[in-house]
Design a protein around this ligand. Structure first.
Ligand SMILES: [Fe+2]
Length: 159
């Protein structure tokens, strides 16, 4: 799904880079979820940990995205290059989509925990998380590449 904002957007590259670097809690949560997702979660302890970690990831993503939206992007830039405006708007708009997906994952995990689902259903949940993780990683990679491009070309950088 692609929903690009109609508003012109550029990057505040220095702030966006700083937000990512100081936000270690989200990175640690994602690392932990990846380890669990690649292991067997047949026991209740690891399942509960996975469910709790998904909820914490959703909350940390909400914080990360709100910081990025508030300080990492600039609406109505005066002199941003057209290519930058287009890519920046696309990436910023992905935040709401990724957050909704993270929320659905967390809600599904909680409901599975309450209803004591079979192992097969837990494997399906792990696959859903890995698919989401791929999307989030692509988003982060593209955002980092854009920060580098903006710094290199010195266009659209806010102070
Ligand atoms: Fe982002």
């Amino acid at each position: 799904m692609k929903a690009t904002s109609s508003k012109a957007v550029s990057l505040n590259a220095a702030f966006l880079d700083e937000i990512k670097q100081v936000h270690e809690e989200l990175n640690e949560l994602l690392s932990s979820l990846r380890v669990i997702a690649h292991c067997d979660i047949s026991d209740a302890t690891s399942r509960r940990l996975f469910v709790d970690s998904l909820g914490a990831m959703r909350d940390q993503l909400a914080l990360r995205f709100s910081l990025e939206d508030a300080y990492g992007y600039i609406e109505n830039p005066v002199d941003a290059a057209p290519w930058l405006t287009e890519v920046a708007a696309e990436l910023r708009d992905e935040h709401s989509l990724l957050y909704r997906q993270a929320s659905r994952l967390s809600e599904l995990a909680e409901s599975m925990w309450r209803s004591e689902q079979l192992a097969q259903r837990w494997q399906m949940l792990l696959a859903k998380f890995m698919s989401f993780d791929d999307q989030l990683t692509r988003h982060e990679t593209r955002e980092n590449e854009l920060v580098i491009a903006v710094c290199n070309e010195d266009v659209g950088v806010g102070d």
